[in-house]
Design a protein around this ligand. Structure first.
Ligand code: 5AD
Ligand code: SF4
Length: 471
């Protein structure tokens, strides 16, 4: 049994991590004739991890079930970012207790960020006996062995490493889409923003070798993929943990040169966003003009308490530079309200920043104290009611700008990658514009996975309506 330790998770060892090639398990018998269901919570990083989990299970002979209740193995890939993500996963673990009472042969596994939390693992050990095995974010590739260990021992197996191991290359992947793919370019984060649990659950920053990334993208191009999203907690810092002077602007340029129709990347921290990056994004038409640039707060005082390393003015300078130098760019953001000690005046600074930036999209949250982070120890005397009102006021303003920005597109023709069809009709298609806006329009299902031009006919707060432009 290996349990997580925050003390170890905080440590940042100097040595470069080693590259290791994934070895497929030959224990195919393990899942023959059995089904699995993976429930994913949280961010794209987790979604992509689930694509690896599914492929590993299929190598073991399991097949995917679309019905959780009927499957033989259920894996919950969890998220720790805020308390409600936590509560959702624990709610599901509770539900699985009942399911297991009616089907004792059901196997339940828990992984992802919550598995890296000391408190969660001790609760699973003492209270949640329905969980058969737990593995963490650093040893995803060990799933076949941990599952086998549980089947052999019939005991609760916990294998969570607090410190990252090697960089594992060549893991199998069962991609959710045939035309859009996630590609990890780095793992972990060294920023330690004071509210954030990620540096503890995902470990130190480790960038993948550029050759591995480019090989993966080239392979996707050869398979007919149209879009890649380069993933990392802090993608602009790509390469800073390596010795080869090859950084994000170089990688973006090389990925664009593979000829893939669309390149996206997320998430960017303003701190590492260089002028060279802005230049490269503006230069390549296949790097999408859509940037997620979390600000978190518009108050320089709160930004300092958050450990964000920039002031309101520095953020606005960067924002203006991006808007000026990348044609047609859309910018989205993340904002936290009610950080400990946030006053009405600090909050007004956030509203003021939002009035300047007029974001195309924004994800807004109430501060959630996370175990062991620096911010969870700060005095927090703003009542929840007050925080909820701030969130409401903020949302009213950001929503207004989403709608205004969308309305500006009415009458224009936008490039769209067709994603799929809505449930309410076979010709009711949807896709995303270059600026990452959801658009609904009519067309034949054969267009799914293709690039088309769509004329915008109407705008809503969170989506556009359009008509296919025929050539
Ligand atoms: N409370 C509220 N929001 C948080 N985020 C990260 N940690 C917390 C927290 N403790 C938000 C940030 C981040 C996004 C992914 O989640 O805005 O950018
Ligand atoms: Fe969390 Fe900050 Fe790292 Fe983003 S940059 S993952 S908010 S610590």
């Amino acid at each position: 049994m290996q349990l997580p330790s925050y003390k170890e998770a905080r440590s940042r060892k100097k040595e470069l991590v080693e590259r290791e090639v994934y070895q497929s398990s030959k224990d195919v018998i393990l899942g023959k004739g059995k089904t699995y269901y993976v429930k994913t919570y949280g961010c794209q990083m987790n979604e992509h991890d689930s694509e690896n989990i599914k492929a590993m299970l299929e190598e073991l002979g399991f097949s995917e079930s679309l019905e959780m209740e009927a499957s033989d193995l259920i894996i919950l890939n969890t998220c720790s970012i805020r308390e409600n993500a936590h509560n959702k996963a624990f709610g599901m673990i509770g539900r699985l207790k009942h399911l297991k009472e009616s089907r004792p042969e059901l196997i339940v596994g828990v992984c992802g960020c919550m598995a890296q939390e000391e408190g969660v693992v001790s609760d699973i050990l003492s209270k949640y006996k329905q969980v058969n095995f737990v593995f963490g974010t650093h040893n995803l590739h060990r799933l076949p062995y941990i599952l086998k260990k549980h089947l052999d021992s019939q005991k609760q197996e916990i294998e969570v490493l607090s410190v990252e191991g090697n960089l594992i290359e060549g893991m199998p992947v069962k991609r959710a889409s045939k035309h859009k793919a996630f590609v990890n370019i780095m793992y972990g984060c060294d920023k330690f923003c004071t509210y954030c649990i990620v540096p503890y659950t995902r470990g130190k920053q480790r960038s993948r070798d550029k050759a591995d990334i480019l090989r993966e993208v080239e392979q996707l191009v050869a398979e007919g993929y149209q879009e890649v999203t380069l993933l990392g907690q802090n993608v602009n810092a790509y390469g800073k943990d390596r010795n080869d002077q090859y950084c994000m602007e170089n990688l973006l340029e090389d990925v664009a040169k593979t000829g893939i129709s669309r390149v996206r990347f997320m998430t960017s921290h303003p701190w590492d966003f260089t002028d060279q990056m802005i230049h490269v994004i503006g230069q390549y038409s296949n790097i999408m003009p859509s940037i997620h640039l979390p600000v978190q707060s518009g108050s320089s005082r709160i930004l300092k308490l958050m450990g964000r390393r920039y002031t309101k003015e520095e953020y606005l300078d960067l924002f203006d530079k991006i808007k000026k130098n990348i044609p047609n760019v859309s910018v989205s953001t993340d904002i936290i309200v009610g950080f400990p000690g946030e006053t009405e005046e600090d909050f007004q600074d956030t509203l003021d920043l939002v009035e300047h930036c007029k974001y195309d999209n924004a994800f807004t949250f109430i501060f959630s104290a996370r175990e062991n982070t620096a911010a969870c120890r700060l005095k927090d005397d703003t009542p929840l009611r007050e925080k909820e009102q701030r969130l409401y006021r903020l949302n009213t303003i950001v929503n207004r700008y989403f709608l205004e920005n969308n309305q500006k597109l009415i009458g224009t023709v936008v490039p769209v990658l067709v994603d799929g069809c809505n449930e309410n009709g076979k010709t009711d298609l949807f896709g995303y514009t270059d600026t990452n806006k959801l658009i609904n329009f009519n067309g034949d299902q054969s267009l799914i996975g293709k690039m088309v031009s769509v004329k915008v006919t109407d705008a809503k707060t969170w989506s556009l309506d359009g008509e296919l432009v025929e050539f």
